[in-house]
Design a binder for this molecule. Structure first.
Ligand SMILES: [Zn+2]
Length: 310
């Protein structure tokens, strides 16, 4: 690979200054955490549209609900793709899973989760939603035919070239990484938490794009969803769980930049830097928008969806 990844000083400094900002905000949150979880602080203007970094947030009224979802602005320029990063707002789940929880395995009422998934299916206009029983593994399912059902299958990544099937990943702090090869018409959605990073599920995903779908790494676009930022990714026992090479992604004594680790792993497989977009929104710092396992413990999971249009 010609443009080998080199961590740069500038980058590290930027991360550290973000840490400072984020911490201040956490302290102000702590005293009023309950209140904030109940209130959407994002200010919507121009018919329910707002922006944070590269993400466009849309408020969408459907049935009796008011759903807020976000999308990467640059991915919106590909008409062959439909994608959604749903926030926690607009579903039927009650506390502490309020409101748009899509996981059956966190203790929420099954009926509410079903209604939430049905809302998401309608909004995305997907023929079918595929999701897995996520286990923080490096197992990836490649879908080559429409008929199969994977809901009980274990795994943490889904790749397909079949249109109208929405690939759904459920997250609360973990990264969901959309992958898209516009030349070959292949998409993937990968669940990547720190365990996924240690197992390097992203390398496996790139290999599957190449081996099963004939992609060239230089054509694959990658988008990292809102997830645990360097401000909140604290690992006190990192020396026992992380490989040595992660240590250069430390931003202070116990905090790591998991976003940069993902970028590093993707670039090592030949994905160009300009193909990787990181939303740089920390889910633990934004309980007003996203579920955070680290902040809330017992909480829901948000849905991220990507789909090839017909
Ligand atoms: Zn944070």
């Amino acid at each position: 690979m010609s443009d080998a990844y080199e961590p740069r000083q500038v980058r590290k400094e930027a991360a550290v200054s973000k840490v400072g900002l984020c911490r201040e905000r956490i302290y102000s949150y702590l005293s009023m955490q309950e209140a904030i979880s109940d209130r959407v602080r994002i200010r919507m203007h121009d018919q329910g549209i707002s922006y944070i970094n590269s993400l466009k947030f849309t408020k969408y009224r459907y049935r009796d609900r008011e759903i807020i979802y976000s999308q990467f602005q640059s991915l919106l320029s590909y008409p062959q793709i439909n994608h959604f990063i749903f926030t926690r707002w607009g579903g039927y789940s009650k506390r502490p899973f309020h409101e748009l929880n899509v996981s059956f395995w966190v203790g929420d009422r099954e009926e509410d989760v079903r209604r939430n998934i049905s809302l998401i299916k309608d909004i995305s206009e997907a023929k079918k939603i595929i999701s897995l029983n996520q286990i923080h593994s490096d197992k990836i399912v490649c879908i080559k035919s429409e008929g199969e059902d994977y809901v009980k299958e274990d795994g943490d990544g889904i790749i397909t070239d079949i249109p109208s099937i929405a690939l759904m990943i459920k997250v609360a702090d973990c990264q969901s990484i959309f992958m898209f090869d516009p030349k070959r018409g292949v998409i993937g959605n990968i669940h990547n938490g720190w365990r996924g990073a240690v197992k390097n599920i992203l390398t496996k995903a790139v290999h599957l794009f190449v081996e099963k779908f004939g992609s060239s790494p230089s054509d694959i676009l990658c988008y990292i969803s809102p997830s645990l930022g360097p401000c909140c990714a604290e690992f006190r026992s990192y020396s026992e769980i992380f490989p040595r090479e992660f240590e250069r992604f430390k931003v202070d004594k116990f905090h790591f930049n998991l976003w940069d680790i993902s970028e590093y792993q993707l670039r090592k497989e030949g994905i160009p830097k300009e193909n990787i977009e990181i939303s740089r929104i920390c889910t633990r710092c934004r309980p007003d928008l996203f579920y955070s396992f680290r902040r809330e413990g017992i909480t829901g999971r948000s849905a991220t969806l990507i789909m090839l249009s017909m």
